[in-house]
Design a protein around this ligand. Structure first.
Ligand code: AMP
Length: 278
């Protein structure tokens, strides 16, 4: 089973520094205590910490972390209800650190493709067609789960819930429209995975800038957009790093929160309450 670190970002420093957001209300952690030079001179020398065993070094830990998704492919039955569906082509799981009310990962099982980056893997049209079809089916499952969780709060869903003639129930709210299906431009996990995620970003696991911006800028590439054209700017690493460090924009109303993560999180709570009621 995967190691229980909260997220890959707790282990790996992102090259753009996009992990960090300005925690505008957090005090600085740097200690400014003045030092006493004499006391320091007389104090017993501290031993240098022993260098960790090779397998305990952060780099190795990160590598194991990045490879963790293959376990669901190789041994789906050992993950209980976290695995939702296994087909000859894919394994569908619940994300362990969900960034929204519903967050699933679709893992293609093809060994020929699963270690390729999305741009490379989806250059194979037959493979892309299979993944698209299974992702569409997974999105329906995600929409049904969203309806199960939130359907009773929705005004537009009320006539459907209250209908007594089951055979002629009105359609109700279209929860499929609230689900996004796509890839991160530069995934942090090694094995190919499609995100199937509700739009709300209402989750305690949304903890820093990359968590939010990777789903709410062009860093998130809808599966329908593959294969990307050769000159598509979303292939460009510089462009994508820029997306991760952009100002926070509310996914629903578009309000700009600059670098104020705490304010964004508060606003996301409010938007969630309104969105539920639509
Ligand atoms: P990406 O940035 O596209 O590589 O996203 C990787 C996703 O995998 C994130 O949404 C993580 O929350 C999720 N994740 C990381 N480790 C695991 C794990 N061991 N089991 C299930 N999901 C995971």
């Amino acid at each position: 089973m995967a190691e229980q670190a909260e997220d890959i970002d707790d282990i790996v420093d992102h090259p753009t520094g996009a992990n960090s957001s300005e925690h505008d209300d957090e005090p600085s952690s740097a200690s400014s205590k003045p030092k006493n030079a004499f006391a320091e001179l007389m104090a017993p020398k501290r031993k240098a910490p022993a260098s960790p065993e090779p397998e305990k070094r952060p780099k190795d830990k990160a590598a194991r972390w990045r490879g963790a998704l293959v376990q669901y492919i190789n041994n789906p039955s050992s993950f209980g209800s976290q695995v939702l569906r296994v087909t000859p082509n894919t394994v569908l799981i619940k994300d362990s650190f969900p960034k929204a009310t519903v967050h699933l990962l679709l893992l293609p099982r093809s060994e020929k493709h699963y270690l390729l980056r999305p741009n490379e893997a989806f250059a194979d049209p037959a493979f892309l067609a299979i993944v698209r079809e299974e992702a569409a089916s997974a999105a329906k499952l995600a929409a049904a789960e969203l309806e199960r969780l939130l359907g009773s709060f929705s005004v537009s869903n009320k006539p459907r819930l209250e209908a007594t003639d089951y055979a002629n129930r009105p359609p109700g709210r279209d929860y499929l429209k609230e689900i996004k299906v796509g890839m991160h431009a530069h995934p942090s996990m090694d094995h190919l995975h499609v995100h199937i995620i509700s739009k709300d970003m209402h989750s305690p696991k949304v903890k820093h800038k990359k968590h939010y911006n990777s789903f709410n800028t062009e860093f998130f590439i809808p599966l329908v957009d593959y294969p990307l054209a050769d000159d598509d700017v979303r292939r460009d690493v510089g462009f994508q790093n820029g997306n991760l460090s952009k100002d926070f924009k509310c996914w629903r109303c578009g309000k700009d929160f600059g670098n104020k993560f705490t304010q964004l999180k508060k606003h996301l709570e409010e938007e969630f309450e309104e969105w539920k009621k639509e």
